[in-house]
Design a protein around this ligand. Structure first.
Ligand code: ADP
Length: 989
């Protein structure tokens, strides 16, 4: 290289030529204008190229460094001094000073400062080391003083304590536990049992071998405070030339609490495991995360069914095969899903159902629960599963479910039975509420059919007094044979009545008689259940149900028996009721009969009614009444015959040898049927007109036989019963009396008719001479037979009076007779009552005036009415006449008025009046309150009786009100009748 390149300033350059530092001057374009020798040497050291023109080429590797920045800054005018380290400084440290020169050039000086830097560094390191040492000593002191670690530095040979900390003292028994008390003392002095415990031997061994001794849990029992545990370290220090440790450092940490705690824990664990071992629950504990089995209790092994070694697994995946676990449906078990795998993952699980399959294929079901067991850090350390065999329990549960189902079934059965018995009760009620025996039987059959789900039902009843049985009702499939009759012998009915309930479920083999076979065939019997109906031991018949799809069973029989019992009772009751009702009806009918018989006195009518009633009461098809006739009662006549007997009505003949004679002879009622041995021949005759059965009662009036009452039935009907005969006998008593009464009445009627005829005749016979007398006395009074003296004239007048009295008497008697005979004539015409009443009063005023009595009339205008003016005149004349007779002073007032629908005529007097208890009696014929009065006044006591009869004939009435001693008022009422019809009560001849 040249150092005089460019235009160097010789002055300054010379100045640096011998300088030890490397110096160069650089132009602004970084050309080296000058470089001294030292620089060239330095460049050599740094590996630069001395031939280069440019500074950056001179020192390759500098251009892009931090140093280059300093240099550029210096070139721009800011001086800079910096160091270049060993790595770029060729193993030396250079101090570079860049100084801008006034010429715009830059002077760069490099000085080797390596030694200087080394010294500085050494100084700094020493300072640092001593600081550290101090700090370390400090720390050691602190550790030794305050640490829980007990420290003691022992002399290797004497085992005397050279140094010890407070913790060490604290370990020792008093008084050695005071600070510093053991310094300078041999261990044997303050550690009891030092030799025996082997501690000295241990120390010797450490000193001799130079191998430290460590015991993690050194147990020492020599202290007063009891057994203690230590972590013990004996550290040999500074061996001498013979290799024996000159010192021994004793480090002791007391871990008694730790050990105790661990022992406690261990005993707890032991207890726990004891429990686990005795638990009937299987427990398996596995390590996390592998799943390697770490514990398995006895129960687990027992449940596993194989030795523990075979069951223990090394990993989670092994469990399924070792324990032979499968899923409920027998598919293989997924290891990841097992409660153990989940526990190891930290997930608890509960009662997962797992099935273990034994070698023989038997399966047991386990309920498995898993729990993760975590360490102090919370990480899962183990997984535990517990499980128990629920196969038995499941079996029990299943059994329980079955039992429950059975119980439910039983309950349902019971409910059904209850329903049935309810149905029975309901039907029972329905049965007993029906009082018609036929209806009850129908209802029973119908209900039985429904209750038992049968397609047919029937009741078979033995016919009383025969060896036949009747099917009624027949329902469903038996409807076709409803009403059929057949001999009882050999039928299933007979069997059921004799032997009890019959059940047959095989169609063709149902036993019956030859007569029953067509019926059974016709009804198409597949199955039949037949039970006897009995009430109070009395067999009423059988109740049968037929044809059920699944046949009849034992329990059906029990049900139907129960049902038949209530049905039988109902039938019994209904029959009893029907009997009672019939009896009541008969009684009622008899009462009616008595009334009916008494209501007429016409013998023919009476006998007709008797016959009709007899037939009605005995359910007969005909009746006949035979009477004894003839002077000697030695003939018979059948004046009445109805129904079947109609053809022989009027039949008559001799009593002798007749059926009537036979019946009347002993006076006993009887029943008989044609064709019976010893039957009367007349029965053969009557059989020809269709009569089969008879009931006959003799009719007697007192001791006298009157005739015979008989009722008859055709062969279609059953024979008469004793009850029928009883009914007939009761009717017979009534009938006999009625016949006799009618006969007596007939006789009386005839007598009455004779009396009336006699009276009519007699009055005629009396009138004729009376009229003749009247004629002659008139001739005498008129002087046709010579002059009449005053005395004769008086006698003639009295004769005239007597004659008139007699005529009136005869008229009245005649009227009575006519009324009794029903021959009194009423002549109705339109009558204006007011003028009639006034006229009657005027006509009678003479009589009252003669007695000093007043007679007044107050007559309203009333509407005309149809009535008999003659009878009205007769009534009023009689009333006014009586009033005149029985009144001493005062007067008589006659009033006519219309009140509502009737006309009233009142005759009021101020006479003696009538005692209240006699007010009705005076209307009886021939009654007089005081007959002596009428001896003076005349009258026979017929006036009021006739007047009332007349008033009633006219549709009105006559009544009296009276106060004794003050007077009487007789009131005649008459209807206002605008049509010329006779009043209902008027008896026309
Ligand atoms: P006779 O007048 O013929 O006795 P009646 O039949 O007219 O018969 O009367 C019967 C009886 O009634 C009378 O005898 C008398 O005792 C009583 N009698 C009738 N009218 C009256 C009357 N107006 N006042 C009191 N008594 C009377």
């Amino acid at each position: 290289m040249t150092i005089s390149r460019g235009t160097p300033d010789p002055q300054p350059a010379a100045q640096y030529d011998r300088a030890r530092d490397g110096v160069c001057v650089l132009s602004t374009d970084w050309r080296v204008r000058y470089a001294n020798v030292s620089l060239l040497e330095i460049l050599d050291l740094l590996g630069g190229s001395p031939d280069a023109d440019r500074f950056w080429d001179l020192l390759p590797g500098w251009e892009n460094t931090a140093e280059a920045e300093h240099l550029r800054a210096a070139m721009d005018g800011t001086p800079a001094t910096f160091r270049v380290g060993r790595e770029r400084g060729g193993g030396f440290v250079w101090e570079v000073a860049a100084e801008p020169l006034g010429s715009g050039e830059l002077r760069v000086r490099l000085r080797n400062v390596t030694a200087q830097v080394d010294a500085e560094e050494l100084r700094a390191r020493v300072a640092r080391a001593s600081e550290e040492l101090a700090a370390r000593e400090q720390r050691l002191d602190e550790i030794v003083a305050g640490a829980p670690v007990a420290l003691a530095l022992l002399d290797g040979a004497s085992l005397a304590v050279l140094e010890s900390n407070e913790a060490y003292s604290a370990l020792l028994d008093p008084p050695w536990n005071a600070a510093g008390a053991v310094i300078g003392r041999g261990l044997e002095e303050f550690i009891p049992d030092f030799e025996r415990s082997g501690l000295r031997a241990l120390m010797e061994q450490v000193r001799r071998t130079g191998i430290p001794y460590t015991h993690p849990e050194y147990e020492y029992g020599g202290f007063q405070r009891g057994p203690a545990w230590f972590r013990l370290t004996l550290q040999p220090l500074a061996p001498d030339h013979a290799g024996l440790a000159t010192h021994i450092l004793l480090l002791v940490v007391e871990i008694t609490d730790l050990v105790r705690a661990r022992h406690d824990l261990e005993s707890e664990w032991r207890a726990l495991f004891e429990v686990l071992e005795t638990l009937p629950v299987g427990v398996v504990v596995a390590q996390a995360p592998s799943g390697r089995t770490s514990y398995m209790n006895a129960a687990a092994v027992a449940i596993g069914g194989r030795p523990a070694e075979e069951l223990a697994a090394d990993g989670v995946a092994e469990y399924a095969s070792r324990w032979r676990m499968v899923l409920q449906d027998g598919r293989p078990f997924r290891a990841d899903d097992s409660p153990l795998a989940r526990a190891l993952r930290g997930e608890p699980s509960r009662d997962v159902e797992v099935v273990l399959e034994a070698e023989d294929g038997a399966r047991r079901t386990l309920f498995v629960s898993g729990v993760p067991l975590r360490g102090a850090s919370g990480a899962v350390e183990r997984g535990m599963v517990t499980f128990y065999d629920v196969s038995e329990r499941l079996g029990l549960e299943r059994a329980l479910v079955e039992r429950t189902a059975e119980a439910e079934h039983a309950a349902a059965e019971a409910a059904l039975r209850a329903e049935e018995s309810r149905a029975l009760r309901v039907m029972g009620r329905a049965l007993v509420s029906s009082l018609d025996p036929e209806n009850v039987l129908r209802l029973a059959a119908q209900s039985a059919m429904e209750l038992l789900g049968a397609r047919g039902a029937f009741v078979a009843t033995p016919l009383a007094g025969t060896d036949r049985v009747r099917i009624a009702p027949g329902l469903g499939t038996w409807e076709a044979v409803d009403g059929a009759e057949l001999p009882l012998a050999g039928t299933l009915t007979e069997r059921a009545l004799r032997d009890g309930t019959q059940v047959y479920n095989a169609g063709g083999q149902i036993p019956t008689s030859e007569a029953g076979r067509p019926i059974v065939d016709r009804a198409g019997v597949q199955s039949v259940l037949m039970v006897a109906m009995r009430a109070f031991g009395e067999p009423l018949g059988v109740l049968a149900v037929v044809n059920r799809t699944d046949g009849f069973r034992e329990e059906d029989a029990r049900l139907l028996e129960a049902f038949a019992d209530s049905a039988a009772l109902a039938v019994h009751n209904a029959r009893r009721f029907a009997e009672e009702r019939r009896r009541a009806e008969v009684n009622h009918a008899l009462v009616n009969a008595a009334e009916a018989l008494a209501s007429t006195l016409d013998p023919a009518e009476v006998m007709e009614r008797i016959a009709r009633l007899a037939a009605e009461l005995t359910d007969a098809e005909g009746a006949a009444l035979t009477v004894l006739t003839g002077e000697a009662r030695d003939e018979v006549l059948m004046p009445v015959a109805t129904g079947l007997m109609e053809p022989v009505r009027g039949y008559g003949g001799k009593l002798e040898g007749s059926l009537t004679e036979e019946v009347t002879r002993d006076g006993q009622p009887r029943m008989m049927s044609a064709g019976e041995p010893g039957a009367h021949p007349a029965l053969d005759f009557f059989q020809r007109i269709g009569v089969q059965h008879y009931a006959l009662v003799p009719l007697r009036a007192g001791d006298e036989p009157v005739g015979v009452l008989g009722v008859v039935r055709s062969p279609r009907q059953p024979p008469f019963t004793a009850e029928d005969v009883g009914t007939l006998a009761l009717l017979g008593n009534q009938a006999a009396l009625a016949v006799r009464n009618a006969r007596l009445y007939e006789g009386a009627q005839a007598a009455s008719r004779a009396k009336s005829e006699f009276l009519a005749m007699m009055s005629h016979e009396l009138r004729t001479p009376l009229n003749a007398l009247e004629g002659y006395s008139s001739l005498l009074a008129d002087g046709l037979y010579g002059p009449v003296t005053e005395a004769q004239s008086q006698v003639l007048a009295r004769m005239h009076g007597v004659r008139r009295h007699l005529i009136s008497l005869i008229d009245q008697v005649l009227d009575v007779a006519r009324l009794e005979a029903g021959t009194k004539r009423v002549r109705l015409e339109m009558v204006a009552l007011r003028p009639l009443v006034l006229e009657i009063v005027d006509a009678l005023r003479g009589g009252t005036g003669a007695r000093g009595l007043t007679l007044d009339a107050e007559a309203e205008k009333v509407p005309p009415t149809y009535t008999d003016p003659g009878l009205v005149r007769q009534i009023l004349t009689n009333l006014i006449g009586n009033a005149t007779k029985f009144t001493r002073e005062g007067g008589i007032r006659v009033r006519l008025a219309r009140v509502d629908d009737e006309l009233r005529v009142e005759v009021e007097d101020t006479g003696q009046g009538i005692a209240p208890d006699l007010a009705e009696r005076i209307f009886e014929p021939f009654y007089q309150v005081d007959p002596s009065t009428t001896r003076v006044e005349g009258g026979v006591g017929l006036g009021l009786a006739l007047s009332r009869e007349f008033a009633r004939l006219l549709g009105g009435d006559l009544s009296v009100r009276s106060v004794q001693g003050e007077g009487s008022t007789f009131t005649l009422t008459l209807p206002v009748t605008t049509a010329p019809v006779p009043p209902a009560s008027a008896r026309q001849p």
